[in-house]
Ligand binder design. Structure first.
Ligand code: IMP
Length: 428
């Protein structure tokens, strides 16, 4: 079972680390293929807690090769900080490999991310402000800077100067900001050359050899299906492909080599930032989910918007990604509720939609059609087998499974690593 993908089925923060933990020591390579330091996960190993935004979680597992693929946008200052922080705590970071084709996030991308958001006013996306969108825009516009450019100073200079020629006009004339000096950007990028030297390689070739040698390769998506630039709720999305197809373009893995596609999905729904969210709650139930579920962003600390489980979204994620297994997280957060509504379809101006509407405007106006399930009051955090869950919790899971388009193979019942009910082996 060599190539496994983990992505989120909703709007991010589903707890993808939970699925990574379940694969445990059977993984040889962990590949990040999209996004940048807009992600955020806290990894707990023994007594130690590590907050990572950019590095793949595999960096913490001895023997695993963590890989940053060509589809990632890399803020080199953040890369250095995360590596230094880990090294100072005794973690061996020398195995990290970074694609020569990955693009870098520079000072002007970070500045542009913030000023464009401010400029959008009410229409803002609610980005993480890390320069992700502007860096991807430059990549598509063919004026981006790649990691390999740092090893050719004259090319680097040409590219930075060309990019700034236009951007400085925009910064000064439209946003009323100061111009950014090319020399400063170039000096900053060159200062990372020594750090990058041992880690930069052709990661596509590296992964090809890993697959040939029957190694197990895990592809970890940043963000999630509904934040995907193509398949998400555009424009309230991130600027990369977080869905299964992104693993191929973002790493060089041929598409047919993905064997297992795991989507992590919360037993309810959350979203950070702006955009449509049909099951969003504005009452005490929403507050209950936020409080009990500790729904605050890891990267920005922003409170997350909360709502009930949305089955059409689950089916959509199953279809777009070709999900083989769902990992359902945070079931314990629902304990104590009398009834649990689940959105089974949408009502758009009196018309029932069982699948995601074709037009985004319809999705903005979609009213959830709910089916109510009886809740349970028992503490479920000690359950390790499906049969140990209260009957109503079992029925809730079986109902979600029937509606969601793929089997639910594991269920998170508490925040600790071992607080999980496994129904099917994710690699078996
Ligand atoms: P960006 O990725 O910073 O451009 O932000 C675009 C949208 O994606 C915003 O709504 C962010 O809140 C959202 N987003 C980006 N990363 C994450 C994440 O890791 N979890 C949840 N939402 C995210």
């Amino acid at each position: 079972m060599p190539a496994v993908l983990i992505t989120g089925a909703q709007w991010g923060d589903e707890g993808k680390g939970r699925a990574t933990d379940l694969l445990g020591s059977r993984v040889d390579y962990v590949v990040k293929f999209n996004g940048g330091n807009n992600a955020g996960h806290t990894v707990v190993v023994g007594e130690e807690k590590y907050a990572l935004h950019l590095l793949p979680s595999g960096i913490l597992t001895p023997g695993v090769v963590p890989v940053i693929g060509n589809g990632v946008v890399v803020d080199l200052g953040v890369l250095q900080q995360e590596l230094d922080a880990l090294s100072s705590r005794g973690v061996d970071v020398s195995r990290l490999r970074v694609s020569a084709n990955a693009h870098v996030i520079t000072a002007y991308h970070r500045t542009l991310d913030k000023v464009t958001e401010r400029f959008l006013g009410k229409r803002q996306i609610g980005t993480t402000g890390r320069g992700i969108g502007p860096a991807y825009a430059d990549k598509i516009n063919r004026v981006g800077i790649r990691i390999q450019d740092i090893f050719d100073e004259s090319i680097l200079r040409q590219k930075v100067e060309a990019a700034l020629e236009f951007k400085n006009q925009v910064l000064v004339k439209i946003y009323n900001r100061r111009a950014i000096e090319a020399d400063e950007v170039i000096a900053d990028l060159l200062s990372f050359r020594e750090m990058l030297e041992p880690m930069v390689c052709d990661t596509g070739l590296l992964l090809h050899r890993a697959m040939r040698d029957d190694r197990t390769v895990l592809f970890e998506a940043g963000q999630a299906t509904m934040l995907d630039i193509d398949h998400g709720t555009y424009p309230f999305v991130t600027s990369s492909n977080a869905t299964a197809g992104g693993a191929s373009t973002g790493s060089g893995l041929p598409p047919h080599q993905l064997d297992r596609i795991i989507a992590v999905i919360k037993a309810y729904t959350t979203r950070v930032g702006a955009g449509p969210f049909p099951t969003e709650l504005f009452d005490e139930n929403g507050e209950h989910l936020a409080q009990v579920g500790h729904e605050y962003g890891t990267t920005t600390g922003r409170p997350r918007r909360c709502g009930w489980y949305d089955a059409p979204i689950a089916r959509y994620a199953a279809r777009i990604n070709g999900v083989t297994d769902f990992v359902l997280t945070k079931l314990d957060v629902l304990s104590g509720l009398d009834t649990i509504p689940v959105c089974v379809a949408y009502d758009v101006n009196g018309v029932r939609h069982d699948e995601m509407p074709v037009n985004q405007s319809d999705f903005h106006h979609a009213k959830p059609v709910y089916e109510e399930f009886p809740g349970w009051s028992e503490d479920i955090s000690g359950a390790r087998r499906f049969e140990e869950l209260p009957k109503n919790a079992q029925d809730y899971i079986l109902a979600l499974e029937a509606m969601s388009g793929s089997r639910i193979s594991a269920i998170g019942v508490g925040p600790e690593r071992e607080q999980v009910v496994v129904r099917h082996d994710l690699l078996g």
